[in-house]
Design a protein around this ligand. Structure first.
Ligand SMILES: *[C@@H]1O[C@H](CO)[C@@H](O)[C@H](O)[C@H]1NC(C)=O
Ligand SMILES: *[C@@H]1O[C@H](CO)[C@@H](O)[C@H](O)[C@H]1NC(C)=O
Ligand SMILES: *[C@@H]1O[C@H](CO)[C@@H](O)[C@H](O)[C@H]1NC(C)=O
Ligand SMILES: *[C@@H]1O[C@H](CO)[C@@H](O)[C@H](O)[C@H]1NC(C)=O
Ligand SMILES: *[C@@H]1O[C@H](CO)[C@@H](O)[C@H](O)[C@H]1NC(C)=O
Ligand SMILES: *[C@@H]1O[C@H](CO)[C@@H](O)[C@H](O)[C@H]1NC(C)=O
Length: 635
């Protein structure tokens, strides 16, 4: 078996290297998490995943002598929340109960008490609770299962105890979101913050490269994709081992929707310095949407290295992999930042800094990043009927593509970033070998656009040449005022794709994306030629002539009759219809040696020329389903 459990030694090594810094990793375990969600710093939550017992242990320390609350919910409100309350009363005796809530006020006691209290104490005006529960308590009605899906964590406390008559609700409360079961390899202090590992003076020490996207006056338009250029700080091969996105203010968090970091290559025969150095000083330019055709620099920055989206936290790689930087000497990165200005504010001044941690100590494997799913903006492939609450659409990486791109070596996936825009409700990266569906590479049936995270997998996933990968997205457009939603760059339009971090890196490969172009599908939609229109910043119909010039948004809203047959047939074709999968023509990388320096950092024209294959969802065998975690209790 190629599956590797994530190493814990990584943090230890980091710690030993930084002996002079005084912080404490009291337990070097990627499944031990610390969060202080309370802005006043009074509530500290620590949790530990026990995979053997399939339980989670929670330790909570609160600066109060009153009641402490904790809960899980699907959305950021208390409807249907699974809550526990505990503390130490005035009589010195502890109290603790498993409850559920349907809104405000004190939650109701559950019929079954599934949380187990290990310890409750009150000391120096602090209350400490330690309790645990199984991943799935089997109490479908009154508890929520802890799974691979995103959960909202509710924290709360009161300065009076539960039995106090004045007690009616938490006096202090809030929520945050988390994948409770995911590993976290970022080096953090006892407050859960990423510690800066910078050590410029130690050979082999970790250094930080700050890559900043700054916009002192965000354009007065809803959506701006801005690209700027950065020269990497070294000229010899290094490994990037982690990224920490830093958004200094709340306004930055609100108006910066995502960033993507790309590696740049110079056109064949050109020196990267000549080609890019000037661009590092001119502040950048708008990408895609308003890009001038003569803005050629961006077209050569095609290799995705990292992506962050709203809500994402720091990511650090396991110790056997690193993301190569300046393999062939001087190198440039391009940072694409998506600014969101829906209220058209005139003086929006925002910035984000991506701290890239790197080291000269090369790890055994080079990481590559592969982008799979639907080609964006995909305004034809992705059409979501008005008022749909669970409309499904797919994007393919055909088995011919993986066969062609991987050569004869498998790849090993270590992390994913599953991505849609605001209507995304569920995402899964599916994996097929022949007609057989393997477990999902990753997935989240409670997807939240506002919390997108590069997620390290608990176990690496091996993908063989010839395997088929499919991104599956579920959309809920019920809040969109009965409008159809089409694919596009704006957060209010949609996407369906995922980034895969993997090793056995493939050189010159970054995308494996698909779109639907079948005549049957175009006939159903009633349009057959749709192209990107710069002035409209949208996909615009060109054929048939009577609809020519309409955006897909307007066309799908005003000229499609959304009856039940149309909805069903559209979804049927989006799920089962043939897709054109665009495959990269890869040169398989050997993952360790740098290629011959003569073509230093340049990519010959057409190095990633696509070839196309028709791909379909395999339907021959039963689909993978999550194994049931428990049988119904009580019987
Ligand atoms: C939680 O608290 C208990 C009791 O103090 C302690 O033994 C345990 O190590 C703590 N667990 C974590 C994850 O910190
Ligand atoms: C709260 O979340 C639930 C889903 O858990 C949702 O159905 C409900 O509409 C939400 N209520 C409010 C007031 O947002
Ligand atoms: C990098 O950015 C951080 C803030 O994110 C800052 O504290 C640090 O000084 C910067 N380092 C350099 C070398 O600019
Ligand atoms: C934008 O903000 C930065 C940092 O807060 C500040 O230094 C700069 O002067 C501001 N620019 C404008 C145009 O307000
Ligand atoms: C929703 O659509 C109706 C009818 O098209 C329109 O009158 C109304 O202004 C829209 N509301 C919003 C919030 O967009
Ligand atoms: C689609 O329309 C564009 C713009 O009018 C045109 O240049 C292109 O040739 C058309 N494509 C096809 C396949 O007809």
């Amino acid at each position: 078996m190629k599956l590797k459990v994530l190493p814990e030694r990584f943090l230890l090594i980091v710690l030993l290297k930084l002996f002079e810094l005084s912080f404490c990793f009291c337990e070097l375990n990627p499944y031990r998490h610390v969060v202080i969600p309370d802005p006043d710093g009074n509530y500290r939550l620590e949790w530990l995943v026990d995979w053997e017992q399939e339980r989670v242990i929670f330790n909570i320390t609160v600066n109060t002598r009153g009641m402490v609350g904790f809960g899980l919910a699907l959305k950021a409100n208390r409807t249907g929340a699974d809550i526990v309350l505990g503390g130490v009363g005035k009589d010195g005796r502890s109290y603790f109960s498993d409850r559920h809530s349907f809104g405000n006020g004190l939650p109701t006691i559950d019929e079954y008490q599934d949380y187990i209290l290990h310890e409750a104490r009150e000391r120096n005006s602090q209350t400490f609770l330690s309790f645990s529960r199984p991943f799935d308590t089997c109490d479908e009605d009154q508890d929520l299962p802890i799974s691979n899906d995103l959960l909202t964590i509710i924290w709360g406390y009161s300065d009076i105890d539960l039995d106090d008559e004045a007690q009616s609700d938490f006096q202090h409360t809030g929520t945050f979101q988390a994948y409770l079961l995911d590993p976290d390899l970022a080096p953090r202090n006892e407050r859960g913050e990423v510690v800066r590992l910078e050590n410029e003076n130690i050979e082999g020490g970790t250094k930080v490269f700050n890559i900043t996207g700054r916009m002192e006056r965000v354009p007065i338009q809803e959506t701006t994709y801005w690209c700027n250029y950065h020269r990497v700080p070294t000229k010899s091969k290094q490994h990037i081992i982690g990224f920490n996105p830093v958004l200094p203010t709340e306004s930055d968090t609100r108006h910066i929707h995502h960033l993507i970091l790309y590696r740049c290559y110079a056109p064949a025969g050109m020196n990267p310095e000549t080609f890019y150095e000037g661009h590092t000083r001119n502040g950048g330019h708008e990408c895609y949407i308003n890009a001038e055709p003569e803005t050629m620099a961006a077209t050569y920055c095609s290799e995705v290295l990292y992506a962050w989206a709203v809500g994402g936290r720091a990511i650090f790689l396991p110790e056997h992999v690193g993301l190569p930087m300046s393999e062939n000497g001087m190198e440039y990165f391009m940072l694409e930042t998506h600014y969101d200005n829906p209220n058209l504010l005139p003086n929006l001044n925002v910035s984000i800094t991506l701290e890239a941690y790197y080291t000269v100590e090369i790890r055994p494997n080079d990481v590559g990043v592969l982008w799979i799913g639907q080609l964006s903006p995909g305004a034809t492939t992705l059409v979501i009927p008005p008022d749909s609450t669970n409309h499904i659409a797919l994007g393919h990486c055909a088995s011919e593509c993986t066969r062609q791109a991987f050569g004869n070596k498998p790849i090993h996936i270590i992390a994913t970033l599953l991505h849609t825009h605001t209507s995304g409700a569920g995402v899964r990266a599916l994996h097929f070998r022949g007609q057989t569906e393997l477990p999902w590479i990753n997935g989240d049936d409670n997807y939240n656009f506002n919390y997108q995270q590069f997620r390290i997998l608990k176990q690496e996933r091996t993908v063989l040449p010839g395997d088929q990968l499919i991104m599956r997205c579920v959309y809920d457009v019920s809040t969109r005022n009965s409008s159809a939603v089409t694919g596009g760059f704006s957060t209010r339009q949609e996407m369906c794709n995922t980034l895969l971090f993997y090793y056995n890196r493939l050189l010159g490969v970054s995308n494996c994306l698909s779109e639907i172009r079948s005549e049957e599908y175009f006939r159903l939609l009633g349009v057959s030629n749709i192209t990107w229109d710069r002035p409209a910043k949208d996909m615009v119909v060109r054929h048939p002539p009577e609809f020519s010039g309409l955006t897909m948004r307007d066309y799908t809203n005003d000229h499609i009759e959304w009856d039940v047959e149309m909805r069903n047939e559209l979804e049927r074709q989006q799920i089962f219809g043939p897709q054109v999968s665009m495959c990269p023509n890869a040169r398989p990388g050997d993952g360790e040696d740098t290629p011959d320096g003569s073509e230093s950092n340049s990519l010959g024209d057409g190095a990633e020329e696509d070839s196309e294959f028709i791909s379909r969802l395999p339907t021959g065998t039963p689909r993978y389903t999550r194994p049931p975690q428990c049988t119904r209790r009580g019987e």
